[in-house]
Design a protein around this ligand. Sequence first.
Ligand code: ADP
Ligand code: MG
Length: 719
Amino acid sequence: MPCAGGVSAEPAGDPGLASVETLPGVGPQVALALARLGIERVQDLWFHLPLRYEDRTRVTPIRELVAGRSAQVEGVVRAVERGFRFRPQLRVAIDDDSRATLTLRFFHFRKAQADQFIPGTRLRCYGEVRIGAHGPEIVHPQYQRIGGPVAVEERLTPVYPVTEGLGQRRLAGLVASALERLPAGDVLELVPAPLRVPLGLHSLCEALRFVHRPPADADVAALAAGTHPAQRRLAFEELLTHHLSLKRLRAQVREQAAPVLVGDGRLRERLLASLPFALTGAQRKVGSEILDDLSRAEPMLRLVQGDVGSGKTVLAALAASAAIESGAQVALMAPTELLAEQHLRSLTAWFAPLGIEPVWLAGKVQGRARRAALAAVAEGAPIVVGTHALMQPDVVFARLGLVVIDEQHRFGVHQRLALRDKGRAALQAPRGRGMDADHDACADWLVPHQLVLTATPIPRTLAMAAYADLDVSVVDELPPGRTPVKTVVVSSARRNEIVERIREACADGRQVYWVCTLIEESGDSAAQAAEVAHADLVAALPGLSVGLVHGRLRPDAKQAMMEAFRRGEIAVLVATTVIEVGVDVPNASLMVIENAERLGLAQLHQLRGRVGRGARASTCVLMYQAPLSALARERLETMRETNDGFIIAEKDLALRGPGEMLGTRQTGRLVFRMADLARDADLLAPVQRIAAVMLEEHPALVDRLVMRWIGGAERYADA
Ligand code: ADP
Ligand code: MG
């Protein structure tokens, strides 16, 4: 029942909400298989979108086949050959009216199957064409024997994601019968026309019908690229829903009470006065945004983005000082021990003179030391620094008021939320509630403020989509006195020249990083590669002390080596990418990265950020193993051309796609059914605008959108 504005506001009678079991032929068994695909209701089938399409709307003459393209072919079996070259195989030659021959090649087949291919039999087959030794061939085609002329498909054939026990054909049939229930007109529309129409978006029903059953004359290239208007319509709605759900989540968090952290400013003043530098304009701006958040009774959820070396740690310290002044505890978490230690060192240097000694809690803190740390935390130690060890259930805070998480991009969005929940649980425990107590039921505890720091700048578009539940501040200015790092790209064939350059740099009193990466083909680990490089450099640089640090070393050995490098006792430090984050040695002004072509842009940028921290001009040598792939060449070029983390991030997004960038590929999250953050980036601005209006004016429609795309069972962010 459409209402004004072309939107259905009434869920009652919505055929999409019916269970899939109401579809013909769906019993408990099929329903179970469907559930594995997240399909429970009829509308879930509507939104079960094809992965790709096959074009069986025409038959291509064999003579016109193009390598690398899929095609439907019809022909008569001429010859059958069974061979055992390297493994059993079956080759079936078919001819057609274009007087050309196509070879069908099978590596797995049953005898009965092979016996079907009798010369003279007419076949219709489909598959990707490649050029073999005897002309065009298709390996493992889909095929059927046909008697006489058979009509071709009228529409492109969608290929769906399937699951065990539910094949392509069956699933396509189920989608087709679900589509029969697709109501006509605007009944399904959940985005009001005044918001949607100016964007030129299809109606939803039209879009769904189109993507499931594209006509023979559809723009196949656009469909394959995911840029067809019908697909854009669905991508838009999916992105909108994703954004709405994060905004909702944020609103829910905001409804909870957080401690108001406004102190008298004295600790903060003393901290600022004791720093050996003045804050940059960007630091002051972001600092005051944070202090403003902390002064509110709702939890801060702020992401601070700033390039490597932009000085984010001091912002954490600033926030901490405000929290401590108000009697709250601060927890600072980093994803690696090395990085956490770096923070411990900075915070200790800044706060110990003010009478505040940060507590250290990492995985390696064990036994008596751990018990002492836990006791200190429980008694209200003002600052606790550590790794995810902070999140263990036995870590109980007396009054946790602020959680700072560094290097956020290494945690998935959902891990971040889980960490925050841990923070809540930790805060909750002293009030006598177990971790499993119903969160929503206890309104009397305070939720800590959350500050997230990330060094890999995230493109604005991506940040909007992925972190819609956070406020974003950008530290867009480097501290003064830094000279930009000069980057050169050289082939490993010139290794000797580079070693010579290291010798000169060290003679000049500089220190050098030599970074080794994983060499996949040889199966060697990065640690092994580093050991080899270390031995080589020791031999090539007599008289210089060359250190080695990699992930396989014991933590205290690693620590001792880093310390020695920091103190300048080691001239050249050979390392794996463990030094990517957290190392701050201003005197190190030359970095050589071996096999740089193997690293992604974000990682290269992080690594390079380890040099250029002092006043001297620094150089980063990206050494590659020829030949370079086009993608690797482009990455190295980008590194050579710019030091700007935001430009690099944009490029990274374009080259790699958002999944990898946010580290969500592993967690399987932020995977869209239709949308692609890089491809559909232009939709994100309208998504943001329309989401704001919908949250304000159409909350009921928001509920239904979230139900449609994300589902009610899974509380989206509560993974
Ligand atoms: P990142 O943003 O990469 O975490 P850090 O917080 O580690 O950067 O800061 C990098 C270096 O810059 C540190 O040595 C820090 O003490 C120094 N620093 C931070 N802010 C300033 C500033 N305003 N002026 C000069 N040096 C600064
Ligand atoms: Mg940092």
